[in-house]
Design a protein. Structure first.
Length: 194
């Protein structure tokens, strides 16, 4: 990777990390604190949340018909996602030790905590559980497949991609075959050393 692009990628990653931490600190100081794994709201904030909660029927009759009609299709994805999660975890448990790749910590990606918000009714909480799990699962899968790609084929595509994983920017350029076997081993070594 040319030094200028490497510098830009490193800057971007540093700014993303800094922004993520600043957003997290901003919210934790204002509304809640975290004690171990428990989220604690200030008493007046928790009381305000409870006062804003809509009952099921109020929520149901205020909902758009298309939201209600599409719910079975959305929740129909739950079983395939749980199966995918299981297969991803099994794949990682079997293959990563063989390749000497550090395992991806699932809890770093899948966070299900928004259902504790007092202003959400049962259906809204279920929606938050579903979305938190689904998006976390996709991020978890992206990291597992990103590590796999770095191990087996750390080569960029010829065509521009949107939504690449964080490792992709450092991959070899498409068609850059110079000393490929040695460079592939270097990518594998870096992965093992993480």
């Amino acid at each position: 990777m040319p030094p200028e692009i490497r510098r830009l990628v490193e800057q971007l990653q540093a700014v993303e990390d800094e922004l993520r931490e600043a957003l997290y600190q901003q919210h934790t100081r204002k509304l809640f604190s975290i004690e171990g794994t428990a989220v604690r709201f200030r008493p007046e904030v928790a009381a305000g949340h409870r006062s804003l909660k809509r009952g099921f029927f109020g929520w149901f009759f205020a909902s758009r018909p298309q939201n209600i009609l599409s719910a079975p299709f959305i929740y129909g994805m739950a079983a395939p996602m749980v199966a995918y999660d299981g297969f991803l975890s099994l794949y990682q448990a079997i293959c990563f030790p063989l390749y000497q790749i550090p395992k991806v910590r699932r809890a770093n990606y899948i966070r299900v905590d928004r259902h504790h918000l007092g202003y959400l009714n049962f259906v809204e909480r279920l929606n938050c559980i579903f979305c938190g799990y689904a998006n976390g699962l996709l991020a978890y899968a992206a990291e597992i497949t990103g590590r796999t790609e770095q191990y087996w084929c750390p080569i960029k595509h010829a065509h521009k991609l949107l939504g690449t994983h964080r490792r992709y920017a450092d991959f070899l350029d498409f068609g850059d075959a110079e000393d490929y076997p040695a460079r592939l081993e270097e990518y594998r070594r870096r992965l093992r050393d993480e």
